[in-house]
Ligand binder design. Structure first.
Ligand SMILES: *Cc1c(COP(=O)(O)O)cnc(C)c1O
Length: 449
């Protein structure tokens, strides 16, 4: 398996080089030269296969022999070593809960897979002393810090926007120590992302460090996210069999997660329609309705992990869709909601169904309701009948509500219990380095001493 750059100006590389370098020299994102196709036999067997074996079989072609089978099995087993339950909220909306990992957000899977791959590569070759640079709007930093903590031969530098991540998120990324350093940037997530992007282009920094990215532009973080969709589908067919399409609503920021789901579908997994749920950072929602891709600066919202003005992974979705706008519109819808609607949805879902959504899941829930409404409507219309078919959807619940206590507690009217697994963070001292939101300040810090 080789990877080509979507910038089209760089040479193809294998999985190892793509994972170690993050981005191609021409600034393009890497994309597999072929999307591995599942056989009918595999799909049938996958229905009841255990998670670790399933993960190994799905990831193996992408890794393409750069990691030996025994090591890859072990990496897969450790990566998905927690639950991914599909929990009913209403009669036709279920939540795939992706927050049962160590940092209570879905990014644990990608971060754990990637950290173990880099650990493997630095042990088995001279390519050690890698420095992972990552910009975070909240959850990436914690998952990357947790995933890479103690991995030998890898230093991690996390840039996060000061005052714009929740208290638990901040603790998760500032209390690790060891090989993890947190830079508290006096700016927005977009500023952090811009600094990281520029760093990869900087000859001086690249002479001093082996820099790589742990954002979802890195294939080792992006591709394992396909696994959620397999786990959801296993639970779905166990309940509904093969004939009820599983439409999937994904709260989206950088569009890595939803793009991974669309890859799983492109490889043959029988999934339904995809819906990107967005907050006011809605460039893709607007694009799908107008055909104009108009980037705006990100705005702050209560679903802050989706505060992304220009989603990096959207080019990969276009590639899967062969850059065909009609094909894209057939496969993907998008809806966007403001903070007031989001907060009201948390309250309503809690009161009516007894389920506590986090702000990202709440945006997805609203999109699921609207998608179901539009879809049933469409069926009624085309069939000239008043009876509509039941449409079911899965929303990805991407973070535990306790990561956003202020918003959620206000919405549901009482306090949340902090899970025992993160209680220990509260006693740890925060360690971060304040930084101005300029590339010059960052570079000076990197080349200090
Ligand atoms: C990162 C994140 C998202 C957005 O995922 P993308 O892959 O960037 O689209 C949504 N919700 C939560 C809680 C996240 O941490």
């Amino acid at each position: 398996m080789e990877y080509y750059s979507l910038g089209k100006q760089s040479a193809n590389v294998d999985f190892k080089i793509a994972a170690i370098t993050g981005q191609a020299p021409d600034k393009g994102l890497y994309f597999p030269t072929t999307i591995p196709q599942l056989t009918a036999e595999q799909i049938e067997r996958f229905k009841t296969l255990d998670k670790a074996s399933l993960a190994f079989e799905v990831m193996r072609p992408y890794v393409g022999g750069t990691i030996d089978d025994a090591s890859l099995k072990q990496i897969c087993k450790e990566t998905i070593d927690f639950d991914f339950p599909l929990v009913p909220i209403t009669s036709n909306i279920k939540a795939l809960e992706l927050f049962h990992g160590p940092t209570l957000a879905f990014k644990d899977v990608g971060a754990r897979f990637m950290s173990r791959c880099l650990g493997y590569f630095s042990k088995t070759s001279s390519s050690n002393n890698n420095t992972v640079l990552v910009a975070t709007s909240g959850d990436t930093g914690g998952a990357v810090a947790n995933g890479f903590l103690g991995v030998e031969g890898v230093q991690v530098i996390i840039l996060y926007p000061k005052g714009k991540v929740s208290p638990i998120q901040e603790l998760q990324l500032t209390t690790c120590g060891q090989n993890i350093t947190a830079l508290e940037v006096d700016g927005s997530f977009d500023d952090c992302q811009a600094i990281v992007k520029e760093a990869f282009m900087d000859a001086d920094l690249n002479a001093a460090y082996h820099l790589t990215s742990a954002n979802s532009i890195n294939v080792a973080r992006w591709l394992p996210q396909q696994l959620y969709y397999f786990f959801a589908w296993q639970q779905w067919v166990a309940q509904y069999g093969d004939n009820t399409p599983m439409h999937i609503v994904v709260p989206s920021g950088n569009f890595g997660n939803i793009c991974a789901g669309m890859m799983a579908k492109a490889s043959g997994l029988p999934l339904g329609h995809f819906v990107a749920a967005c907050n006011d950072n809605n460039v893709v929602t607007r694009y799908l309705s107008t055909g104009n891709y108009e980037v705006k600066k990100s705005v702050e919202t209560i679903s802050n992990a989706m505060d992304v003005g220009n989603p990096s992974n959207f080019v990969r979705i276009l590639e899967i869709m062969q850059n065909n706008f009609d094909q894209l519109k057939n496969a993907l819808s998008s809806y966007s909601y403001d903070d007031i609607s989001t907060q009201a949805a948390i309250t309503r879902v809690y009161n009516d169904y007894g389920y506590t959504l986090d702000p990202h899941g709440a945006v997805a829930f609203l999109a699921a309701e609207e998608f179901i409404h539009d879809h049933e409507h469409a069926i009624t219309h085309y069939n000239h009948t008043v009876e509509s078919m039941p449409v079911h959807a899965v929303i990805l619940e991407t973070a535990h509500p306790v990561k956003f206590p202020e918003v959620v507690e206000e919405a549901i009217g009482h306090s949340l219990t902090i899970p025992a697994s993160v209680q220990y963070l509260l006693d740890k001292p925060k360690q971060s380095i304040p930084l101005a939101a300029t590339y010059a300040a960052f570079k000076q810090w990197m080349l200090r001493k």
